[in-house]
Design a binder for this molecule. Structure first.
Ligand code: MEV
Length: 416
């Protein structure tokens, strides 16, 4: 059985890593070549994606190892510019093995909003009375979505500050859904005006996708993380629970993972960010995760947040790397991707809290930074760790010191 537990993955060459990922995800020769080419977005594709294109802006894409989500071994592609994030996620996933993460995503229902101005007194009731007619008109816009079991399912009506707000709830299946929803709300606007006697102003999707939440849970055994660290992580979580300044950073750490996976799969990470923070603010800005000690004294964690991600439409099926990322993940539905997204967010949060509550965040950063410097100084294989470790111990993480240590090791090895 294939495993995402790949010891020493970080020490391998890029070619070796690609070979392992290729085997794991049954990639083709061409896909392997594409990964190794480091220039995957052709000018004509880029030029069709946005306007006024002059070049591309590449980001490193790394693989988070060790993840098990709902019993399945997964390698997670992460596109991000920040050091330590991929390593932190991989470590957190390793400590959660062999149980891993249990995750669940709700049906992919998005909200389309219609703002009605000057509606008559009983407009809300009238809209509810003619719900079926509204849904039918919305569904006439997307026969394919309806044939797949999706489509407009319900409406909600609210009054706020003299305006009427209609929500059209649309099951968008495996899409992020903005296009399907926006087409539907535009199409039903004239009917809504007729029913309400008012004037429809805005018609647009809401990123606060409260009907499309995903959640994940994990247990860190006290024997694995150290009994005293269970309480330390909980105290760290409590800081975010009582203080908005800390909650912002706590949630930022969660989004480090989620955004990286969103970017790797061509998903709209601004939409996910907007959903995450507005959801966190629903009852006063709060952390998106919770950590507590269970009856066995182990650390139990949970995340719950909107997760509007798709595996069809947008860049997911246009960008060659996004397509490959989905293949590496082996996901067949948007729900499955959402489950991995939140598991990664929870892992990332644990990694940050654990580091902050124990050694502090700089130690890990310095370790990786030192490894980078060692590689730049010419260290290979085992030498990388040895040089990096010595520099960290000495508190001298510098190129000149890396070169000195490297020469010293090589001299000694020659003598032996
Ligand atoms: C840094 O990108 C993310 C952290 O600040 C998150 C946190 O403090 O929880 C480490």
């Amino acid at each position: 059985m294939k495993s995402s537990r790949i010891p020493g993955f970080y020490k391998m060459s890029v070619e070796e890593r690609v070979r392992i990922v290729r085997e794991f995800a049954s990639l083709t020769d061409e896909e392997e070549k594409l990964l190794l080419s480091f220039s995957q977005l052709p000018a004509d594709v880029a030029d069709r994606m946005i306007e006024n294109v002059i070049t591309t802006m590449p980001l490193p894409l790394g693989i988070a190892t060790n993840f098990i989500v709902n019993g399945r071994e997964v390698l997670i592609p992460m596109a991000i510019e920040e050091t330590s994030v991929v390593a932190a996620a991989s470590n957190a996933a390793r400590m959660a093995r062999p149980e891993g993460f249990k995750a669940r995503a709700m049906e992919p229902v998005m909200i389309g909003q219609i703002q009605v101005l000057g509606a008559m007194e009983n407009a809300a009731e009238k809209l509810m009375e003619r719900k079926e007619e509204i849904l039918e008109l919305a569904n006439a816009q997307d026969k394919v979505l309806v044939s797949l079991g999706g489509g407009a399912k319900d409406i909600e009506v609210r009054k706020a500050d003299g305006m009427l707000i209609l929500h059209l709830l649309v099951d968008v299946r495996d899409a992020m859904g903005a296009n399907a929803v926006n087409t539907m709300v535009e199409a039903i606007a004239p009917l809504v005006e007729k029913i309400t006697g008012g004037k429809v102003h805005l018609k647009i999707l809401s990123n606060l996708a409260v009907h499309r939440l995903a959640e994940a849970e994990v247990v860190y055994k006290k024997e694995v993380i150290g009994e005293e660290n269970v309480d330390k992580v909980i105290r760290a979580y409590e800081f975010a629970a009582v203080d908005i300044y800390r909650a912002a950073t706590h949630n930022k750490g969660i989004m480090n993972g989620i955004d990286a996976l969103a970017i790797a799969t061509g998903n709209d990470w601004r939409a996910i960010e907007a959903g995450a923070h507005s959801y966190a603010a629903l009852n006063g800005y709060s952390p998106l995760t919770k950590w507590w000690k269970d009856e066995d004294g182990n650390l139990h964690g949970k995340i719950k947040m909107p997760m509007a991600v798709g595996i069809i439409g947008g860049a997911t099926k246009v960008h060659p790397v996004a397509k490959l990322s989905l293949k590496i993940l082996g996901v067949k539905t948007a729900k499955e991707l959402a489950e991995i997204m939140v598991s990664l967010g929870l892992a990332q949060n644990f990694a940050a809290l654990y580091a902050l509550a124990t050694k502090g965040i700089q130690a890990g950063h310095m370790k990786l930074h030192a490894q980078n410097i060692a590689v730049m100084a010419g260290a290979k294989g085992e030498e990388i760790d040895t040089v990096a470790k010595r520099m960290v111990e000495e508190g001298k993480v510098r190129m000149d010191r890396a070169q000195e240590i490297l020469e010293e090791i090589r001299r000694k090895n020659k003598k032996v």
